[in-house]
Ligand binder design. Structure first.
Ligand code: NAG
Ligand code: NAG
Ligand code: NAG
Ligand code: NAG
Ligand code: NAG
Ligand code: NAG
Ligand code: NAG
Ligand code: NAG
Ligand code: NAG
Ligand code: NAG
Ligand code: NAG
Length: 530
């Protein structure tokens, strides 16, 4: 029983690894049993952090392979076209987390549309393709059979297609006559038996869905992964754009398919991102449930020995960072496989990637966005599930981790809905990271608590502790603790029952640590010093 369980557990780890380590193809679509996991792991155990995973190229950190080209999926997208001879291309500047492929080019489905291999800006939130042309289905129609479409301006909002023409279903019917379709007066004899079923469920394979309230509640419910099923009715109320392979839409609400954090968060290579993973004889192991100590070479260590990866190490003199041993000469914190001095203002650790801030421009502006460093030309949009770096565009704003064109969408509390008034200022909503707070904000007074409930203009927290980072103390606050949110739209979407940091104005999450204990350790290490 135990063995069986352990085996199942290892297999599932292996599967997750397969989708993250050195994927031969792209996120979620590749063969999970890629041999790459094993060979990569063997190499990692020799030289952790670097592995030959892409032809002859050496991949570092979280890089993946695209054809023969190594790339970082946070900075680019790999597109593949199977047209007899395999072709691949990397589109730079668009994270694979929010992109889709249009032929060999990647694009963001939220703001752009792919029409027969052409990428066009969406003319409206519900844009569709008419051949190579993108159109707004509220103002235009694309009528006719598959290969011979006619592009029409709608005579009224109620008009729909009838063959190459349009008709108003309230006053006309669409009548088939001698193999072609013609609009006819509704009181004409031809129209009498013309009735069609109204609420069909349309299912299609997609990487992008819209979750709305009530009327579209059947959207995606109980559907297999990557299927978006909707009634062909118009959406109403507040809409959320989501990725059906990661989330599920139930009664108008989007929730994670797998609520645990690492599923949504860890985008980096499995071997590097997870502590406690050992590579032995080409197999991935996590800390095992059966109590066996998994160590290098298959030999059991003696009672006082500790291993760091394959090497012995002395915990009093060394520090072990994800299988790499370093001398602990003041660099007592790990960032991925490297050790660093957390008080050194010239070092920044972004999701297991260590940056040297010396010699770079824009000195004062060093925010992390996932494992990337944000600069003046980029924007970081973040939600509880993801942090995504985008190239800055005017007229765009963040809504959770999505970067939206404000002519198309408006954002309230992390939810997108079709834009109503295109003239107002752009409202953004994103979840900030405590890792990007400067010392004066992080170290003075910070609260942490569990969200109990959220209303339009306040958030109720429980289990609230006030953290004084500077003197490394905490006090508990009396309940109820209420945070006023006069502009609720600009607040991120918060999940009741989850723990957040907050000050008088903003709510923060910790994207880089796995537990509250680690977060507190980070704050005290950073703030409390002799
Ligand atoms: C294209 O790649 C697939 C696997 O990714 C392979 O099975 C197929 O043989 C390749 N086709 C050509 C023409 O190389
Ligand atoms: C934003 O959307 C509007 C409306 O469709 C479009 O005209 C504009 O080109 C888009 N902006 C960008 C930068 O794509
Ligand atoms: C396309 O439709 C038009 C009518 O709008 C027709 O005259 C033409 O023959 C059609 N072409 C093809 C290739 O079917
Ligand atoms: C349809 O075809 C029938 C016989 O083939 C013919 O009598 C009738 O006139 C045709 N109607 C139209 C509108 O062309
Ligand atoms: C159909 O109704 C319209 C007005 O709704 C009327 O003008 C027309 O004469 C009617 N035609 C027939 C065949 O009844
Ligand atoms: C860590 O960095 C801080 C700031 O640069 C420095 O004052 C401190 O001496 C360093 N600690 C060690 C042990 O090197
Ligand atoms: C970072 O800077 C230190 C000196 O401050 C240097 O020794 C080290 O090699 C640099 N690391 C990288 C990756 O540039
Ligand atoms: C919208 O903004 C434009 C300029 O950005 C201005 O000319 C126009 O009057 C505004 N319309 C409304 C209704 O405020
Ligand atoms: C922005 O938010 C304010 C208040 O939260 C709201 O009144 C305004 O309509 C919003 N603007 C847009 C474009 O959504
Ligand atoms: C810290 O950041 C806040 C804004 O988040 C800014 O107002 C403040 O001046 C910064 N303090 C320092 C010391 O950089
Ligand atoms: C810790 O610092 C806060 C202000 O940051 C102060 O109010 C509090 O009294 C200090 N506590 C101790 C024990 O020094």
């Amino acid at each position: 029983m135990l063995t069986l369980f352990a085996f199942a557990y290892i297999s599932s780890v292996w599967l997750i690894g397969g989708s993250n380590v050195c994927g031969a193809a792209m996120g979620g679509r590749e063969d999970p049993k890629s041999d790459c996991v094993l060979t990569n792991c063997e190499k990692l155990s020799n030289d952790i952090g670097k592995a030959e995973c892409c032809g002859n190229q050496v991949c570092t950190g979280a890089e993946l392979c695209c054809g023969g080209q190594a790339f970082n999926p946070e900075e680019g997208t790999c597109c593949e076209v199977d047209n007899g001879h395999n072709k691949t291309a990397v589109t730079k500047g668009l994270s694979q987390k929010v992109s889709s492929c249009c032929g060999l080019k990647a694009y963001n489905k939220l703001n752009d549309i792919c029409c027969e291999s052409n990428i066009a800006a969406k003319p409206g939130p519900n844009a569709k393709c008419c051949g190579k042309v993108a159109f707004d289905k509220h103002t235009h129609l694309c009528c006719g059979p598959h290969n011979n479409k006619t592009f029409l301006q709608k005579d009224s909002s109620g008009h729909v297609c009838c063959g190459h023409k349009q008709y108003n279903p309230k006053t006309e019917c669409c009548h088939e006559m001698n193999g072609s379709l013609e609009p006819m007066q509704i009181n004409s004899s031809s129209c009498v038996q013309n009735q069609k079923p109204s609420s069909l469920l349309i299912c299609k394979e997609t990487t992008f869905c819209i979750c709305g309230s009530k009327r579209s509640s059947s959207c995606d419910k109980n559907q297999p992964k990557s299927q978006c099923c909707c009634t062909p009715e118009r959406y109403e109320g507040v809409l959320t754009v989501y990725d059906p392979s990661a989330h599920i839409c139930c009664d108008g609400c989007v929730t994670g398919r797998k609520p645990w954090k690492d599923q949504c968060f860890g985008q980096t290579s499995y071997c590097l991102a997870q502590s406690g993973v050992l590579c032995r004889k080409g197999t991935l192991y996590k800390y095992r449930d059966d109590g066996e100590v998994c160590s290098a070479g298959g030999t059991h260590p003696s009672p006082e020995q500790h291993y760091c990866g394959r090497e012995l190490y002395l915990p009093e003199e060394d520090i072990c960072c994800h299988g790499q041993r370093h001398a602990n000469n003041g660099n007592s914190h790990c960032c991925g496989g490297e050790a660093y001095n957390i008080s050194d203002p010239k070092k920044k650790c972004c999701a297991a990637r260590l940056y040297n801030l010396t010699g770079q421009s824009g000195e004062k502006y060093y925010n992390c966005c996932g494992s990337l460093l944000q600069n003046i030309e980029s924007v970081c949009c973040s939600s509880e599930f993801n942090e995504v770096l985008y190239s800055k565009k005017s007229g765009f704003g963040c809504c959770g981790h999505q970067y939206f064109n404000a002519s198309l969408w408006s954002c309230c509390a992390g939810r997108l809905s079709p834009a109503k008034n295109q003239n107002k200022s752009i409202n953004e909503s994103k979840l900030l990271s405590i890792n990007n707070l400067n010392e004066s904000d992080l170290c003075n007074k910070m609260q942490i608590g569990t969200v109990d409930s959220v209303s339009l203009n306040s958030i109720v927290f429980r289990d609230v502790l006030e953290i004084h980072g500077r003197n490394a103390t905490m006090t508990h606050l009396a309940l109820p603790h209420i945070l006023k949110t006069p502009d609720c739209c600009s607040f991120p979407k918060l999940t009741p029952g989850k723990i957040y940091f907050f000050d008088g104005k903003n709510v923060f999450a910790d994207f880089i640590h796995d537990s509250v204990l680690q977060s507190l350790y980070f704050i005290f290490s950073k703030c409390y010093g002799p």
